[in-house]
Design a protein around this ligand. Structure first.
Ligand code: HEC
Length: 157
């Protein structure tokens, strides 16, 4: 065993690696620039905004960017705003050939809204006081994104 090795360090490293992969999968885009339906564009841009904010935090968490409390706080606010607007941008079943939204959203609207609410709460619960607070609170945000995508978005995730 390497000096100073602790099993929990390995667990943290594995979790971080899994999160980085999950976040990469999350960010795959449905080519928003080629989408012609404005309603579909609006919901994709909400998602892309959430994704940009999440990437900022993820980079800090993974050590690819320096932890910056102000930037982290601003990203958290962006995530709160983006997740809050999910129900309103998805309410109408706008369609586009490039959309990855499953029709199940509108036959299961109540559950979809619940998943949006959970994501909103996870955004609110992101703790940006310090890097270690961020590391502890961000995974639940990522899981909330993935949890909705698993059910309501076509594609990898
Ligand atoms: C309540 C459900 C739900 C939650 C929560 C959710 N998403 Fe999405 N997301 C979707 C659906 C549905 C689509 C597909 C929209 C479409 O293609 O019309 C999507 C699409 C996306 C896209 C692709 C946008 C594009 O340009 O095609 C990204 C990136 C994305 N989400 C990131 C995130 C991130 C990051 C989070 C968490 C902060 C998140 N999503 C939370 C349902 C959700």
């Amino acid at each position: 065993m390497t000096q100073g090795f602790r099993p929990q360090h390995l667990a943290i490293a594995v979790t971080l690696a899994a999160l980085v992969l999950a976040t990469a999968a999350l960010s795959q885009s449905g080519q928003i620039s080629q989408v012609t339906n404005p309603g579909v564009q609006a919901r994709m841009s909400t998602m892309n905004r959430a994704n940009a904010a999440l990437s900022t935090l993820n980079d800090m968490m993974g050590g690819r960017a320096l932890f910056d409390r102000d930037r982290a706080g601003a990203a958290r606010k962006d995530l709160m705003a983006a997740t809050k607007s999910i129900p309103s941008v998805f309410r109408k079943p706008h369609a586009d050939p490039l959309s990855n939204a499953r029709p199940l959203i509108w036959s299961n609207w109540r559950d979809f809204k619940l998943k949006a609410k959970r994501a909103q709460r996870a955004a609110w619960n992101i703790d940006t006081d310090s890097l270690s607070d961020l590391r502890q609170s961000l995974p639940r945000m990522v899981l909330a994104c993935l949890h909705c995508h698993d059910t309501y978005r076509d594609g990898t995730r």
